[in-house]
Structure formats: structure tokens, C-alpha cells
Design a protein around this ligand. Structure first.
Ligand code: COA
Length: 282
């Protein structure tokens, strides 16, 4: 399969002592933005994302690192200022030790990525922890979580659901303008709602406002869920909001390689290409 998207990951522990050198590769304005974070970890995560996007676009556009510009769109999603005005959607996520970057060059396609560092310290019973997010979950999600007998399994599934929702919010660029309790992502046909399979390869989107009907644009999206390491879930959500856009067959195939909701880490390699500082700063 030729991936219709480019996916990079970076682990901030790989910076070693090269943080300062790496920071210098950014324009002054972005250096300031990185240094505004108080914690060293947050600085590294922010720097990692900014390096990944410049690394990708400097090669794709054959431009010098410093001459690439980005803007923030009205709902917060960063966008490339393309020299020829072409829209190339990309997205970044950071959590734990990881930064991930995804980009699609297919016209009309949007992408959202989300990394979720699973925190197993729930400061009390897992059910109480999950219940504290009830107002951000829909009934179907609560039912799925409630049907899981094993606590670790339930917690993992909760984090996976979270990553799925975030990836979609980020793909459409809405950020917190879209309430997390207004939609849920369900296993979609051919498995169908009510099927025992929990593989979410295509977006089976249900919205509260639409009275439980599947969103008519849901079929235009593909989802891929897997792990960067045993503690870190990564989700890619890619597709189009325009009803008529046909999904690239490779994109559909990518969706087919996703894990089931609830699947635990099994050591399988991530679809993200991990970059090291030597490559990233070359
Ligand atoms: C901003 C938001 C889009 C993602 O936030 P997040 O999941 O905390 O953070 P992530 O690391 O995944 O994503 C942050 C990156 O997304 C990008 N981003 C920001 N706003 C965005 C938007 N509206 N759409 C898409 N991407 C956006 C930015 O590149 C940002 O990184 P940067 O600031 O270093 O450039 C938003 O959905 C949010 O704040 N969610 C948090 C909801 C929450 O309560 N989570 C608790 C989890 S237990």
C-alpha cells in the first residue's frame, strides 16, 4: 500500500543535549513561542512539532527552513502559507514523550492526528475516573465502556475513544468549538452499529443534533488507530467534508489496517515514521 498521507513521529527524549541547536533552526518568533512554555517537557514537545512540520515542508516545497510560513486559522488549526496558494492540510499532536505530524497532499482532504499518553494513575477507581468524563461522552460510548469487564481494558478503550474524537475534531479544525458530547465515532458498515466488531475503519459518526442518525458525510472519512509504544495511542483521521469527494483506495486500505477499539498494544510497528534529531536537523 502506498500511504496517501505522510506520518512522522518524534520522541522528545531523542533530543538529548541538542535542544538549543534544534531551537536555533526556527525563526525568532517561533523560538519565542517555544520558550513561553515554563516546563522543559512542554518546550520540547512544542519544538518537536515545529521541527517536524518544517522538516516536511522544506523538502516537499524545496524551500529553506526559515522561509516557510504558517498561519493560525479562525478555529485554531495551523495552516501552511503555500507559495502557490495550494491548500495542503497537516496536523500535529503532542502528549507524553511523543510528537506526531500528519499531512495529506490530496486536494480537498483534511487530516487530524492525535496522540494519547495513557495515564494509568486514575487517582481512585477507574470507573469513577471514566465517569468524571461522562458529560463528554455519548450514550453509545458509555454503553461500550460499561460492557467491558476488565478495568485495564475499559481504561484503554476510554483513551482510544478520546483519541478518535480528538482526531476528528482536529481534522475538521474545530478545536473546542465542537463539543465532545455532541458526536461519537462508532464502528461503521460493513460491521454496522450493533455488530460485535469494534473496528472503526471508516468514520461512523453519530451526532446528538442529528437525532442519532449517522452523519451523511461519515463515509468520506477513514480512521486508523494504533500505538507508538505500549503507553501511547495514535489516531489518524483523514477525509473530506465535501459530500462528493471519493476516498482514495489507499486511504480506505489504510483504514482497514486499524485496530479494534479495546485492542491492547501487541508490539506491532507504528505506521508513523520515527525521525531522529540527526535526520530532522539535516
Ligand atoms: C486544541 C485541541 C484541538 C487539541 O488539543 P490537545 O488534544 O490538548 O493537544 P494536541 O497536542 O493533540 O494538539 C495540539 C496541536 O493541535 C493543533 N491545533 C490547535 N488548534 C487546532 C484546531 N482547532 N484544529 C486542529 N488542530 C489544532 C496545533 O498544532 C497544536 O499544537 P501547537 O500549539 O504546538 O501548534 C482541542 O481539541 C483541545 O483543546 N482539546 C482538549 C480537550 C480536553 O479537555 N482534553 C482532555 C483530555 S483528558
Amino acid at each position: 500500500m502506498t500511504l496517501p498521507v505522510t506520518l512522522f513521529s518524534f520522541n522528545i527524549n531523542d533530543f538529548g543535549d541538542q535542544f538549543d541547536r534544534a531551537l536555533e533552526r526556527l525563526p525568532a518568533k517561533e523560538q519565542e513561542a517555544v520558550l513561553r512554555y515554563k516546563l522543559s517537557k512542554d518546550r520540547r514537545l512544542s519544538l518537536g512539532g515545529r521541527l517536524l512540520r518544517r522538516y516536511y515542508f522544506s523538502r516537499a516545497l524545496k524551500l529553506d527552513w526559515q522561509s516557510i510560513d504558517f498561519v493560525i486559522q479562525p478555529d485554531g488549526k495551523p495552516a501552511l502559507v503555500h507559495p502557490q496558494g495550494i491548500v495542503v492540510d497537516f496536523n500535529i499532536s503532542h502528549d507524553g514523550d511523543w510528537v506526531i505530524f500528519g499531512v495529506t497532499e490530496q486536494p480537498g482532504m483534511s487530516i487530524g492526528v492525535d496522540v494519547v499518553a495513557m495515564n494509568h494513575d486514575t487517582y481512585g477507581p477507574i470507573n469513577d475516573f471514566i465517569s468524571s468524563f461522562n458529560d463528554q461522552l455519548m450514550e453509545e460510548e458509555r454503553q461500550l465502556l460499561g460492557s467491558m469487564k476488565d478495568d485495564r481494558h475499559r481504561l484503554t478503550t476510554f483513551y482510544q475513544i478520546w483519541g478518535l474524537k480528538e482526531s476528528y475534531i482536529k481534522a475538521i479544525g474545530k478545536g473546542l468549538a465542537l463539543d465532545l458530547d455532541q458526536f461519537c465515532i462508532l464502528p461503521s458498515p460493513p460491521n454496522g452499529v450493533g455488530s460485535t466488531s469494534t473496528k472503526v475503519r471508516r468514520l461512523g459518526l453519530r451526532t446528538r443534533r442529528a437525532d442519532g442518525d449517522d452523519d451523511d458525510q461519515a463515509g468520506n472519512w477513514c480512521i486508523h488507530l494504533d500505538y507508538l509504544d505500549s503507553q501511547s495511542i495514535s489516531v489518524v483521521c483523514c477525509g473530506s467534508r465535501k459530500g462528493g469527494s471519493i476516498l482514495d483506495k489507499d486511504l480506505v486500505e489504510l483504514g482497514g489496517t486499524t485496530m479494534n477499539l479495546g485492542d491492547m498494544y501487541n508490539g506491532q510497528p507504528s505506521i508513523f515514521t520515527r525521525l531522529d534529531p540527526t535526520t530532522l536537523l539535516s
